[in-house]
Write a protein that binds this ligand. Structure first.
Ligand code: 4NP
Length: 157
């Protein structure tokens, strides 16, 4: 199963989603079954490590984020089984970019996998906010990655 996490800049939310999911997959001994990556709909941070604030907040929870930002490319829609958008804007941009109907159907929303945060409809962009925004992103992503992995492993058994 190949999963691509997508946000706007690929320096805050989606590299955190990738790192948290990788951690969870390894914790469950499932690393051979998953290939994970992340990308952004905006190319302006290409080549950069995740935002320092995101790296610091993630490290406090045991996640080392080492991804380098890259933009979404057309081949992603063929290479990945699932393309997971952090918010509605990412979701609609990805749906528009999808080269085929089959590819469009691979695009889903990260928030839909949350089980403990019923009052959110997106993983909110933390870039222009403070520390609490980064903590909220991590809370939502820990919830969503668990929901995602449980739903994928339940499908197989
Ligand atoms: P991300 O956060 O989409 O979670 O990586 C952002 C990163 C950069 C910008 C906006 C959001 N920006 O405007 O440069």
């Amino acid at each position: 199963m190949k999963i691509l996490f997508v946000c706007l800049g690929n320096i805050c939310r989606s590299p955190a989603a990738e790192g948290i999911m990788q951690h969870l997959v390894e914790e469950r001994g499932l690393q051979d079954a998953f290939t994970l990556d992340s990308a952004g709909t905006y190319a302006g941070h290409q080549g950069e490590l995740p935002d320092k604030r995101m790296r610091v907040h993630a490290a406090r929870r045991g996640y080392q984020l080492t991804h380098r930002s890259r933009p979404v490319r057309e081949s992603d829609f063929f290479d990945f089984d699932l393309i997971i958008a952090m918010d509605d804007s990412n979701y609609h941009n990805l749906r528009r970019m999808a080269p085929t109907v089959e590819a469009e159907q691979k695009v889903v929303k990260m928030i839909d996998f949350c089980r403990r945060h019923p009052y959110y409809d997106a993983v909110p962009d933390p870039y222009y906010g403070g520390a609490s925004g980064f903590e909220l992103v991590l809370d939502l992503l820990e919830d969503a990655t668990e929901g995602l992995l449980d739903s994928l492993t339940a499908e197989k058994s």
